[in-house]
Design a protein around this ligand. Sequence first.
Ligand code: CA
Length: 279
Amino acid sequence: MSAVAGHDELPGLMLRVGAATDTGRVRSLNEDSALAEGGIFVVADGMGGHAAGEVASGIVVETMRELATRADLTADDITRQLVLANQRILAAVDAHPEDKGMGTTATGLALVTAGGADHWAVFNVGDSRVYRSIGGVLTQVTVDHSEVQELVEAGVITREEARVHPARNVVTRSLGTDYAYQPDVWVLPPYAGERFVICSDGLTNELPDERVREILHQHPEPQIAAEELVRAAVEAGGRDNVTVVVVNLDGAMGDDLSVTSPRASDEDTAPRGQLSDKE
Ligand code: CA
C-alpha cells in the first residue's frame, strides 16, 4: 500500500499514512481489505465462507476508492457511498448465491468539507475501529456495533472482559448481510499532530488499548507503527486477520487549522451516532 505525500486540502500540513496486514496464525485466508488513497482511509473486515468475505471487503474498498479523486466531499457523500457498497454486495450475492451470507465491516476516515472548512468524517459499520491520538492520548472514536458492546453499555461486562468474551465476534451491523444497516458518521475538526489508527478486530482482540497506545507512541513513522501493531497482534496470538492503517497529520500542535474556522452549524457537527466516552 502506498504512502500519501501531503494533501492539497490541508495547506502547510503533511498527511502521511502507513498500512500493514497479516493473515494471522490461524486463518488460511486474509478477508480484510484496506484503502489509503487521496484523503480516504478504510479498513473492511470481511466475513463469510469460501473467500466470500474477501469479496465483500474488496467491494467496500473499491467503492470507497471512487471518492478518492473527488474534491469537496461531504459527510453525506461518505454515507451515500457506504449505501452503494451495501447494494453492490447484495447484488453480488444475487449473482453468486454460493456467496450468500457474506458481509463486511467498514470503518475509516475521509477528508470532507463541513461548515466551509476541512474536517474529518469518521465512519463505521461493524466492529472494526478508528482510534485518534492527540498529544499521546488515545481515544476510540467509533462505537462498535457488536453484542459485547451492548453488554458493556448495559454495565454487564467491562471493556476488558468484552475483548476476550466468547461472543466478541458477533456484530450487530454490517454491510451486505441486510438492508437495515446504518453507518455512524462523526465529523471532527483536524488537529495538527494528531494520528489515527484504523484497524480490524484482529488487532483489538489481541491487544488492549494501552498496548496499542504504547506501540503507536514508540513509532512516530506511520508505516513502522502499522507494521509493529500488526506484528504485536500476531505475536499475541494472531487468531484472526489483522489490518492496520495509521494516518499522521504532521504539523506543530496547535497550528492554525480549520479548528479556528467559524463555528459550524449544529447540524454539521452533531454526531450521527453517539460519541464514545469510554476512555
Ligand atoms: Ca476479524
